[in-house]
Design a protein around this ligand. Structure first.
Ligand SMILES: NC(=O)c1ccc[n+]([C@@H]2O[C@H](COP(=O)([O-])OP(=O)(O)OC[C@H]3O[C@@H](n4cnc5c(N)ncnc54)[C@H](O)[C@@H]3O)[C@@H](O)[C@H]2O)c1
Length: 334
């Protein structure tokens, strides 16, 4: 086992705490034949480069979300995994949360009939409150290193989740990405989004909303509500129950499978276990990049630099029929 971090002290601390080697350079880690697999958990803008280097060095890779920051990077990562015959998994841990696994099973058994609409949300008070570099100078607020804001941090999770739960693929997006409150150390509004409001239409006809926020203070929201022809399913919607099912006549059923982890209450996300199991069993891991990246594409940023207030529609990857419309707006701009 080993660690590499641009900040060498952090790698050394990890080695002291968990055992293993702290490497002075990424190449040293990648050249070590004892290392079979690499977990890439660096800033967003480096995911693709580090992942591709590791794959080229013959390592399997678990890459954190967002998978990358452009469609081209995603393509190159998938190609590097294919060419080097290595596994590449993306850390979409919402899929492994107990109530999400159970909800998927119940949905497939018709617990609420055919799903028509949904609303899903992920919000907390912002990464500057818990990142290792806490404070407004956090890389999460820096457009160069983060590239996207809350959409990359939280939006990608719920975008993946809704596709996982419904078995569909987002093909049409109308979104407004805004910077409402977060400021950089100079007091200027950050150049990435701190709130994202999206309407998703899926290839199975389901339409719903996904919101992601860094300005929900006091309590996290990690909830999903699915509206079907036979009832409603609420997941992680109240602290009391993991899943609540309401039938057409108002009857309620509750399932208690524990609470989802929060920034303050970290539990095992299941991602590492799934990755290791897949490697040991020589099979594709869940959220394998080759399957994952196209459906996640609609929430990657547009192919050119964003200008605030700019409005556009763009179409990409015609075989998936994406039809994406994003609006980025200035602080307090209506
Ligand atoms: N799946 C999840 O739920 C989840 C949760 C948290 C973070 N993440 C993702 O993990 C990544 C890291 O987030 P974090 O909260 O741990 O950030 P962090 O700032 O707390 O830690 C990142 C670390 O990476 C190091 N680093 C940055 N660029 C590097 C590079 N090129 N080479 C080596 N080291 C580098 C930094 O020095 C720092 O120690 C982000 O992309 C984030 O989106 C995913």
């Amino acid at each position: 086992m080993g660690y590499y971090d641009l900040n060498g002290e952090r790698a050394s601390r990890m080695a002291e705490q968990y055992g293993g080697t702290a490497y002075g350079a990424l190449e040293e880690l990648l050249e070590d034949p004892q290392i079979d697999a690499v977990s890439v958990c660096t800033a967003n803008n480096t995911h693709a480069a580090v992942t591709i280097r590791a794959l080229e060095a013959g390592k399997h890779v678990l890459c954190e979300k967002p998978m990358a920051v452009t469609i081209g990077e995603c393509e190159r990562m998938v190609e590097a995994a294919r060419k080097n015959n290595r596994r590449l998994m993306i850390g979409m841990n919402q899929r492994f949360a107990g109530a999400h696994v159970k909800a998927k099973e119940l949905i497939s058994q018709g617990a609420i009939g055919k799903i028509l609409t949904f609303r899903t949300a992920f919000g907390h008070s912002g990464p500057e409150n818990w990142s290792v570099d806490a404070g407004n100078g956090s890389w999460f607020f820096d457009r160069e290193r983060a590239v996207m804001g809350v959409m990359a941090d939280l939006g990608v999770h719920k975008t993946d989740l809704i596709q996982f739960l419904t078995g569909g693929c987002v093909t049409e997006v109308t979104a407004r990405l805004v910077t409402l409150d977060k400021k950089d150390p100079s007091g200027t509004p950050i150049a990435v989004d701190d709130n994202a409001f999206c309407i998703y239409r899926m290839n199975n006809g389901i339409t719903g909303t996904m919101t992601a926020s860094w300005t929900y203070c006091g309590e996290e929201d990690n909830s999903t509500v699915l509206y079907g022809t036979e009832g409603i399913m609420k997941i992680y919607h109240s602290p009391e129950h993991s899943i609540e099912i309401i039938d057409r006549s108002g009857g309620r059923k509750f399932l208690d499978i524990g609470r989802i982890q929060t920034n303050d209450r970290q539990t095992n996300s299941g991602v590492i276990d799934e990755f290791i199991d897949a490697l040991e069993q020589n099979r594709e891991p869940p959220s394998a990049a080759a399957m994952y990246w196209r459906p996640c594409g609609p929430c990657l940023p547009p192919p050119r630099p964003r200008r605030r207030g700019e409005r556009w529609r763009f179409w990409r990857m015609s075989e998936w029929g994406w039809n994406v419309s994003f609006v980025f707006s200035k602080l307090n701009e209506s």
